[in-house]
Design a protein around this ligand. Structure first.
Ligand SMILES: *[C@@H]1O[C@H](CO)[C@@H](O)[C@H](O)[C@H]1NC(C)=O
Ligand SMILES: *[C@@H]1O[C@H](CO)[C@@H](O)[C@H](O)[C@H]1NC(C)=O
Ligand SMILES: *[C@@H]1O[C@H](CO)[C@@H](O)[C@H](O)[C@H]1NC(C)=O
Length: 201
């Protein structure tokens, strides 16, 4: 009577040991998996930190990086100082770096094709300073100012609307300046005393 029960116990113990062993093994495996996924999460957050660092650098060091091809979040659409942008009026101000006097004609554009040079810039000030620099280097046609389109600081938008990746269109003749006929903001910038007969001068 003793032996069969003993051997039954033995069998039970063996089965239990197998089950426990299986659970322990499973637990170890789960732990490893957890460890793995923890590692992956750590790697991911590190990667994110790197990305944050590299993408925030251009924003903090140079707001004019908009003319390059930075990540989408760093593009800054420049402001013109026209308030409201739909009113046609003018005001004088000084450029940011070279302290040059110029006039901004709000909601005003050049309405014909006397365009001779165009660039992509980060601000109205950049546009007028480039115009003045052009005159200091070039003989022949003289830049008197330019049309500046804030929205086209996004070069994709400029390409879509104008087929050119620029937002500063320099001009040499003010005879065709008139009210902006686009449905986005356009201002005309003129070097001091360069645009005659335009509203507000
Ligand atoms: C991010 O920049 C900060 C400050 O410049 C620096 O302390 C940190 O180590 C940088 N992180 C990475 C992941 O490069
Ligand atoms: C630039 O303009 C395009 C289309 O006009 C738009 O899809 C894209 O999101 C804009 N980029 C930024 C950074 O605003
Ligand atoms: C501007 O253009 C008009 C019309 O084409 C012309 O009569 C005038 O002489 C030009 N002015 C200058 C400064 O070139």
């Amino acid at each position: 009577m003793g032996w069969p029960i003993l051997s039954l116990f033995g069998l039970l113990i063996a089965v239990l040991a197998g089950l426990v062993g299986g659970f322990v093994g499973k637990a170890i495996e789960d732990n490893r998996l957890l460890g793995h996924s923890n590692g992956a999460a750590a790697g991911q957050s590190q990667e994110q930190a790197c990305r944050t660092n590299s993408s925030s650098t251009p924003t903090s060091t140079s707001p004019t990086a908009a003319s390059g091809t930075p990540t989408a979040s760093t593009l800054i659409i420049p402001t013109t100082g026209c308030d409201p942008p739909t009113r046609q009026y003018s005001f004088k101000s000084f450029s940011e770096q070279l302290d040059m006097p110029y006039t901004t004609f709000c909601n005003t554009d050049w309405l014909s094709d006397d365009l001779f040079f165009a660039i992509s810039v980060g601000s109205p000030s950049d546009c007028i300073e480039s115009c003045a620099f052009f005159n200091s280097q070039a003989t022949g046609r003289r830049c008197i100012g330019g049309g500046f389109i804030p929205e086209w600081a996004n070069q994709s938008t400029a390409m879509r609307d104008m087929k050119m990746p620029f937002n500063c269109y320099m001009r040499s003749n003010d005879s065709t300046i008139g009210r902006n006929d686009r449905n986005i903001e356009v201002v005309s910038l003129c070097l001091e005393e360069s645009c005659k007969g335009v509203i507000g001068t």
